[in-house]
Write a protein that binds this ligand. Sequence first.
Ligand code: MG
Ligand code: ZN
Length: 144
Amino acid sequence: MSGYPTGPQSRAKVDANVPGSETQLLAAIRDALLATGRCLIFRNNTGKLQDARGRWVTFGLGVGSPDLIGILRACRGKCTTPVMDLAVGGSCDHAGRFLAVEVKLPGKHLEVAQACWHKAARESGALVIVAHSVAEALAGLEGA
Ligand SMILES: [Mg+2]
Ligand SMILES: [Zn+2]
């Protein structure tokens, strides 16, 4: 969805052309979720790299954090929850909810650290989706 920030994508644009790769699936899921207009989506690359001086720099939201993170937007009358007239221009119960999407190739399962991250996020009210396909990602958003 143009007009909304989606984070760095330079590497994803290259790897997204590799058929069957997790990066290609991730890009397809990101685009499909954005196309619903229901959420903002950001790539959450995680890891540790050395800078030019050899110092280790960690990046991303830490071990077990999801491939994509986002924020659900107000449904603009498309859901049945009460709509509040907030200063930001109207909102519903979905608006502002944290969204986490872990992308997995078919047959792949969550790592222990990912399951722990998901449990903590869900207990805090986040919508956490594990998606092996675009359809699974969209179904997860639909069920919110
Ligand atoms: Mg993944
Ligand atoms: Zn709503």
